[in-house]
Design a protein around this ligand. Structure first.
Ligand SMILES: *Cc1c(COP(=O)(O)O)cnc(C)c1O
Length: 223
């Protein structure tokens, strides 16, 4: 096994342990966050078996998309999306935008999609930790915003929610923020929500134990 295969293996082993504690039927998707590495490293991880990659800047995503266009990769956008970058993002083949942080951003994305005659998959980002440094809708209004996007933005496929765990050393507080997101996700299942994207290198096992089914891992894979 090369180093990339070993790192993936180690991560999948931990995911597997956390997952089976919740349910044998829970399927977890891994998005490898490549924002701090080169296209070469993405290719090496692809060769080790990974398909889904996440980037948090539109320009960098476009660059890697182009450099790696011969590989059947799945690109995820996980960063703050400025309105003037929406078109550039939608020009790429995007599998999922995790970081739609408001109804108004969804509306903007929807308008651009209408003009392009395209559709895109998105998640509504929820700021369950209520931290100023994080984007996303407040948990109290998340349900309402979600339903508004569903009914008014016909060109986006709204598939669920995304959140970042509280930036705290106290695991109980991190857990509380994940649980808050999961509760909202659960209540939206009847409206078609199927993806709950939460968990990063430092907290993905905890996120999975709280019901996450998509984790976004950078440093633990790429160091
Ligand atoms: C960078 C980033 C990650 C990955 O973080 P690591 O701690 O390196 O695993 C996940 N999600 C978002 C939104 C990020 O910006």
């Amino acid at each position: 096994m090369n180093i990339y295969e070993k790192r993936l293996d180690a991560v999948f082993e931990k995911i597997e342990k956390a997952r089976t504690k919740v349910s044998e039927h829970q399927i977890i998707k891994l998005v490898a966050v490549s924002k701090s590495v080169t296209s070469k490293e993405v290719e090496l991880l692809y060769n080790a078996g990974q398909r889904a990659f996440g980037e948090n800047r539109v320009q960098e995503l476009a660059k890697k998309c182009e450099e790696l266009e011969n590989l059947p990769l799945e690109w995820h956008f996980i960063g703050r999306l400025q309105k003037n970058k929406i078109n550039a993002l939608l020009d790429q083949n995007i599998s999922l935008i995790h970081s739609c942080e408001s109804f108004s951003l969804a509306k903007e994305i929807d308008k651009r999609l209408e003009a392009k005659g395209k559709k895109v998959n998105i998640l509504l980002q929820i700021n369950s930790a209520k931290e100023d440094s994080k984007s996303g809708v407040m948990p109290e209004v998340a349900n309402e915003e979600y339903l508004k996007i569903l009914s008014e933005c016909k060109n986006v496929n709204l598939l669920g929610v995304m959140s970042m765990g509280a930036h705290e050393d106290d695991r109980k507080l991190v857990q509380k923020s994940f649980e808050a997101t999961y509760k909202i996700f659960e209540s939206l299942k009847s409206h078609g929500a199927s993806i709950c994207s939460m968990g990063m290198s430092g907290d993905y096992e905890l996120a999975i134990s709280c019901g996450s089914n998509m984790v976004r891992l950078g440093s633990t894979i790429f160091h």
